[in-house]
Design a protein. Structure first.
Ligand code: ATP
Ligand code: MG
Length: 670
């Protein structure tokens, strides 16, 4: 405890200490990036423990499991000597709701052994509900993912599905009655079967607290302190849950930065943090004004970025750090050049003694990192893609690739089985039999003859006939196409997907596959494409087989997943208008401000060195390269004496560059 006191005195500045030592009651810390909000929260927890608050009466909420683990580790370091930190309830909102519902779901008529549905399961269930209403095959009807998204938004915003549909998904209006009926059915089915998806965990907990005052009283008596990090990204439902849990005691600490609110597309309301003083009158407000993360150069750039937003809580932020290099804006020839530039810089930094784990590459969407993943693998640079699965290892991506693999290499047993197993009506046993029959045929037999050979057909289960025929047809088409590139082949595969790609922006998998196809267009021959991708996969499989990745690993991450984290050297990629900001997000000023906050989150991850990189032109096409427009966020950075960055010149052209033709000027207003 003495050590903790010493740490409080030496490891915090006065502003931070004031927030840590604030007495009971509501506390709001609203401050800029890197000002020590998370650190302050951690110390506040440790101090409460030091003052004898039992660990199991504290609830510490954050947005990702990783952030939660990190904070608990820090609390353990500070308070582990005198408190059993393992008993503290810390984690994501979903985690906490899950634990509490396991105790109390009975009151809602649920079995406490309820099953939690992951995203995949929910999707299957939604697909079943559609099938029951015979809407599954109607191509104009929204896909299961789009419906899930809608239901999820309604839950998180705490609004009726009808309102969300009208306000946020007007495209669904023509089929609204059927959408409502399906959504209702989906909810009923879950309740009947004692299933909860992620959103239900929160929604049911809220209902429990509202409808059962005794349980609510018990829980708010249990939690003597509730603390929330990244409060700006809570949505209505999460905000309400926190309010219900803290109860009369109002012993709530929230920290956040409205300028880093980046989840409004999922219903986050940064008004939660702005309006906190109204909801908790008399709360203590603790500003933090020193930035400990970044050099003054990085911070100057970050401040220039966010100054463009009109909607924000005014905050001052000054750097505490030693000066460092001026951030660089780097145009490269194209996306390949971008991957090469980043790889080269990373190799150079490593040669100077910097560890890979102190570097990160950030981008708006995973697609922007595919070239880089290949380039890093070619150079043997170990990397980890945050947010779990690497792009090429996702099931649906592997499934699509399996078509190309098998057509090009008929002995690829894994690819064949992967494809056949997915066919409706084919089980594991028939998959084996089909493969054995196929393998027994002479290898020189052309693919169409092999797939229609009586020995093979004999093993197709009767109920799988239709599916197998579609499979045959597709494979024969892929095989017949003559020398075609991987892009063209994948286009065929996508066109033959069970749910033909109605352009539905909400269907994430279709989007992944479109990205894969677009990426494949960059390759001329299939073997090269497949071997490059295999290289990336093998590269990561190696790590997985050895039990763990090498301990010094580079991070690749979307900006969303980088929230709250920091690295010594940061690269932000793909800063092209339409990609970052996404073109979808520039249709109205609010969305554009959210994208700018996202850019602000990106640049404030850097401690020392920051590179803002973009491809100057597209990859070469028959008629030359196309000029790309740098991100408007780069164009907004001040130039001249107030410049906050150093802009490198674009590379010399290696051929004709075309400029996208602009349409005629709009007619002047009369
Ligand atoms: P973000 O807005 O990105 O979540 P934050 O406000 O939560 O940032 P922290 O992550 O807590 O900021 O702190 C940023 C960095 O500054 C960390 O490396 C932290 O250790 C360091 N830091 C914070 N306060 C101090 C301090 N008083 N003395 C030294 N270093 C500090
Ligand atoms: Mg933080």
């Amino acid at each position: 405890r003495l050590e903790l006191d010493a740490a409080l005195a030496t490891s915090l500045n006065e502003e931070q200490r004031a927030a840590v030592e604030a007495g009971e009651g509501p506390v709001l810390v609203i401050a800029g990036a890197g000002s020590g909000k998370t650190r302050t929260l951690t110390y506040r927890v440790a101090r409460m423990l030091a003052r004898g608050v039992p660990p199991d009466s504290l609830l510490l909420l954050t947005f990702t499991n990783k952030a939660a683990r990190e904070m608990l580790r820090r609390v353990e370091e500070l308070a582990g000597g005198f408190a059993d930190v393992g008993r503290l309830m810390g984690g994501t909102f979903h985690h906490a709701a899950h634990v509490l519902l396991r105790e109390h779901a009975g009151a809602l008529g649920f079995s406490t052994a309820f099953t939690v549905l992951d995203r995949e399961d929910s999707r299957d269930l939604m697909a079943t509900c559609l099938a029951e209403r015979k809407l599954r095959s109607d191509k104009r009807f929204p896909r299961p993912d789009a419906l899930l998204e809608l239901v999820s938004l309604a839950t998180n915003l705490q609004q009726p599905v009808s309102q969300v549909l009208v306000e946020r998904r007007p495209r669904m209006l023509p089929v609204a009655p059927e959408v409502f009926a399906t959504a209702r059915r989906f909810q009923q089915r879950k309740a009947q079967m004692h299933l909860m998806d992620y959103d239900d965990l929160l929604a049911h907990l809220k209902r429990l607290l509202e409808e059962h005052p005794a349980i609510r009283a018990e829980l708010s008596a249990r939690f003597q302190g509730v603390l929330v990090d990244e409060y700006q990204d809570t949505n209505r439902l999460q905000g309400d849950l926190v309010d219900l849990l803290v109860g009369e005691r109002r012993n709530l600490t929230v920290v956040g930065d409205d300028c880093q609110s980046i989840y409004s597309f999922r219903g986050a309301e940064f008004t939660n943090i702005i309006d906190f003083p109204q909801r908790y009158p008399g709360c203590g407000i603790y500003p933090l004004t020193r930035n400990y993360r970044s050099t003054p150069q990085v911070l100057r750039l970050a401040n220039a970025v966010i100054a463009r937003n009109t909607r924000q809580f005014p905050k001052a932020l000054v750097s505490d750090g030693a000066p460092g290099p001026v951030p660089q804006v780097v145009p490269t020839r194209d996306v390949k050049g971008q991957a090469a530039f980043v790889t080269e810089r990373i190799l150079a930094l490593r040669a100077q003694g910097q560890r890979l784990e102190s570097m990160a590459v950030l981008y708006r969407a995973h697609l922007h990192s595919l070239e880089l993943q290949l380039e890093l693998a070619r150079h043997g640079l170990p990397f980890r893609v945050r947010s779990g699965v690497r792009f090429f290892e996702q099931v649906h991506v592997k499934d699509a690739l399996a078509h190309l693999r098998w057509v090009h290499h008929r002995a690829d047993e894994l690819a064949f089985k992967r494809l056949v197993r997915r066919l409706p009506g084919v089980g594991a046993a028939s998959t084996e039999r089909l493969w054995t029959a196929l393998e027994a045929l002479p290898p020189e037999l052309p693919l169409p003859q092999a797939l229609t050979h009586p020995d093979v057909l004999a093993h197709v289960p009767r109920k799988a006939q239709a599916g197998f025929q579609r499979f045959q047809a597709l494979m024969i088409r892929l095989d017949a196409g003559g020398p075609r590139g991987p892009g063209a082949l994948l286009a065929d595969v996508l066109a033959a997907r069970e749910a033909p790609a109605t352009p539905d922006a909400d269907d994430l998998r279709a989007e992944d596959l479109r990205q894969l196809q677009e990426f494949a267009e960059r390759f001329e021959d299939v073997p090269r494409f497949l071997s490059d991708i295999a290289l990336v996969s093998e590269f990561s499989a190696q790590g997985a087989l050895d039990g763990e990745m090498p301990d010094d690993v580079l991070t690749l991450t979307t900006v969303h997943q980088a929230k709250g984290l920091e690295w010594r050297s940061v690269f932000v990629l793909g800063l092209v208008d339409g990609r970052f900001p996404l073109s979808l997000a520039t249709r109205n000023p609010e969305d554009e401000e959210e994208e700018r906050r996202l850019f602000y989150v990106a640049v404030t991850r850097a401690r020392e060195a920051l590179w803002l990189v973009y491809p100057h032109t597209s990859l070469p096409r028959e008629d030359g390269r196309m000029l790309l427009t740098p991100s408007r966020f780069l164009a907004e950075l001040p130039v001249g004496p107030d410049a906050v960055c150093e802009s490198l010149p674009p590379p010399e052209p290696d051929g004709p560059i075309r400029v996208r033709e602009l349409g005629p000027d709009p007619e002047p207003e009369p």
